[in-house]
Design a protein around this ligand. Structure first.
Ligand code: GLY
Length: 368
């Protein structure tokens, strides 16, 4: 296993160095015909995925100390200054964006400007808290009462801000949001809703629309992976057993589904059998969540989570990775949503795959 992981690591390093050289200061998302043609700084500076490229590069910088990774990661962080100034377009996903750029930079280099950027973002995320409903509102426009499962991955920014400033309000909001997610988004059978619409004045749960999965009541696999890793991270930061139990509940449901499909996840676990729709990004993110759970459970429980994470990451490597350094994007067959941009490489699929491999090697840098 060690030899195989080392080989994968070397392929990641070779491919990412080639991508850095081709991209320069541009920010990638989804390659077209094997090339990153769109620069997300121009397409949408505030887009939620714009931090993952830098996060992956900080992971590799931490392992290799190659200055190319550091320099390229810094470009993404700088591009968020303008997005912050414009403000419009930013929302609950500032956690994804700033944990992978400014917080990572600050943790690895101590850059004081990065700390300031990250605290601004944490203040903005905290400002989205709805005190009557006890949740962080998702998105913008008229969705005042919307909360989504994805947001669990953003609240580590609030836990970080409390650690950094000593001000408990950030962690308080993170905990309240996690509780409301358990109440309204987690289902008793271990699956979860993508979206919960709450009355923004009273906080009452109103409806649970479809979101990026097949339908309302279905089971969008990336949403399930956000729940596994998000609750596990909340457990890590808040040291609460109920969060770890929630993460394990969704993990068991996810494992029960992927072990029937060669350890790679369908886009939705409750959609029609045909056409077959994969989402490898969900597999990679869930694998990282399982490894996080494995780190927090007693010795005799660890193997279930770790072994399944290994099976998932190795299945991705065997069947879905493109290692050609002249082509952009590593993990193929990611899907943005049901019937939207399906079976393409997506930057966050690569991020979670790289984090998962580094975790298995004990080389990861804790970005969350
Ligand atoms: N957070 C949006 C998504 O998972 O596509």
């Amino acid at each position: 296993m060690e030899k195989r992981l080392q080989e994968i690591y070397e392929k990641i390093d070779r491919k990412l160095q080639a991508e850095c050289a081709r991209l320069g200061d541009r920010i990638p998302y989804i390659p077209e015909d094997g090339q990153y043609k769109t620069d997300m700084r121009e397409e949408n500076r505030a887009f939620w995925t714009n931090g993952f490229w830098a996060g992956m590069l900080w992971q590799m910088y931490n392992c290799t100390k190659n200055p190319l990774y550091k320099k390229t990661a810094e470009y993404s962080e700088l591009s968020f200054d303008k997005a912050m100034e414009e403000f419009v377009g930013l929302h609950h996903d500032v956690g994804f964006q700033f944990l992978h750029t400014a917080v990572a930079d600050y943790r690895l280099t101590g850059n004081p400007k990065s700390k300031t950027r990250a605290l601004h973002a944490a203040g903005m995320l905290a400002g989205r808290y709805n005190p009557s409903g006890k949740f962080i509102r998702a998105w913008n426009k008229d969705m005042t009462g919307w909360m989504i499962i994805d947001c669990l991955m953003n609240i580590p920014l609030l836990f970080w801000a409390t650690e950094e400033t000593g001000d408990p309000r950030f962690a308080y909001i993170a905990n309240e949001h996690a509780h409301t997610a358990m109440r309204y988004l987690l289902r008793a059978d271990g699956s979860c809703n993508h979206i919960g619409v709450l009355d923004p004045v009273t906080g009452e749960g109103l409806e649970f629309p479809a979101g990026q999965g097949y339908a309302s009541g279905s089971s969008w696999s990336r949403g399930q992976s956000w729940a596994i890793y998000g609750f596990a991270l909340a457990a890590l930061h808040a040291d609460k057993k109920e969060y770890l139990d929630a993460a394990k509940q969704v993990a068991h449901y996810f494992i029960a589904n992927v072990c029937r499909t060669g350890y790679v996840s369908y886009l939705d676990f409750r959609s029609p059998k045909e056409p077959v729709c994969w989402d490898t990004t969900a597999t990679a993110c869930a694998a990282c969540g399982l490894l996080q759970i494995a780190d927090m459970v007693p010795e005799l429980e660890k193997d279930l989570y770790r072994d399944c994470a290994v099976d998932m990451l190795m299945a991705l490597e065997e069947k879905h990775c493109d290692w050609d350094p002249y082509r952009d994007g590593i993990v193929q067959n990611g899907s943005v949503a049901y019937n939207r941009q399906m079976h393409v490489p997506i930057i966050y699929g690569d991020y979670f795959f790289v984090e998962g491999i580094l975790r298995l090697m004990g080389k990861e840098f804790m970005i969350w």
